[in-house]
Design a protein around this ligand. Sequence first.
Ligand code: GAF
Length: 392
Amino acid sequence: MKTALQLLESFRSRFGTSSTVYRAPGRVNLIGEHTDYNDGFVLPAAIGFCCWVAAARRSDRKLVIHSENFNETVEASLDSLAPPSKKHWANYPLGVAWALEKSGKRVSGANLFIAGEVPLGAGLSSSAAVEVAVGFALLNQSGYDVDRTELAKLCQRAENEFVGARVGIMDQFVSCHGRAGHALLLDCRSLEFELVKIPADVQLVICNTMVKHEIDSGEYNARRAECEEGVRKLRSVLPGIRALRDATIAQLEEPRGLLDQKVYSRCRHVITENDRVTKAVEAFRHGDLQALGPLMRDSHRSLRDDYQVSCRELDLMTEIAVAQPGVIGARMTGGGFGGCTVNLVEAPAADEFKRQVSAQYFEKTGKRPEIYVSSASEGARQMEADAVRPAI
Ligand code: GAF
């Protein structure tokens, strides 16, 4: 974990001036997968890994952005930002500046030093963390107050329209609004949210399969298009529906003949997953942790069989996890096609869980998994110079 002081020093040795430090977290989603872009419900938590940005204003309209992770510096003029044709790490920060300007905000030129600690390609939203940290920095450096919901929407727009991945709002939203010790129940249509306390004796254990998760592989956008097709077809019998969020499972069953098998399965995942989120929140609220296991199991199966976004390693990691003592529930988390599983584990069992899962996964795949024990953390912040303590 970095400190604000380290960032200040790195910035000074690169740009020669003082700076202000910001950070925004990655996320883990407890349940509610691929529901956000269907106007549904999600239950993510911000995690301890963050993207850090040190920033100082410039007098011109230039952005000079250095990435510590890629050891590369990119320069761009705020007057000529346009969606790029090629993949590049700088598309994320530049996209955020572009989205801010598109929304009518006048962004100041700035020097930015970016250091990300969210594992890349692990499905823990390293991109949302970069976007939100940069957006927070640019707004603050340009003299604007930060409206967290607006920032999340701008970062989503950057990713949709500049980077070209049609992601939903979940990752950016929880990176902005996360709260220590809590998951966040988000209604992705109204953007209203409630904090859901995670009991102190439950650990979030995140197991990285080490299979790279590729969100822009085309598969994500394809799933989204299939959901949209489902809504179009269902609308002929249910004229009122705007998104899969509006349909019940009974309403999906009746006109089943209208949908091809694949689209039907995609819709079934989304509709049943929304229901599981509601039930999981009830379970947390009533302290009925045992109810979470079957909900997480069914979520994983639905993502594997109906939505087809799991992979052999995610299935295996989940199977190993549920056989361990002290595990409450396990499932894949995030977009899928690799990345991580999320596990709720009774705190005293967490160390042994980690050891066992790691050894058994290695034995079966030859891959050494990374396993992170994280608490639910705070959302994006401006930092005080001398501490990891948030300034606001
Ligand atoms: C990715 C996306 F960025 C999110 O918006 C969400 O759709 C998730 O996949 C799947 O739940 O993280």
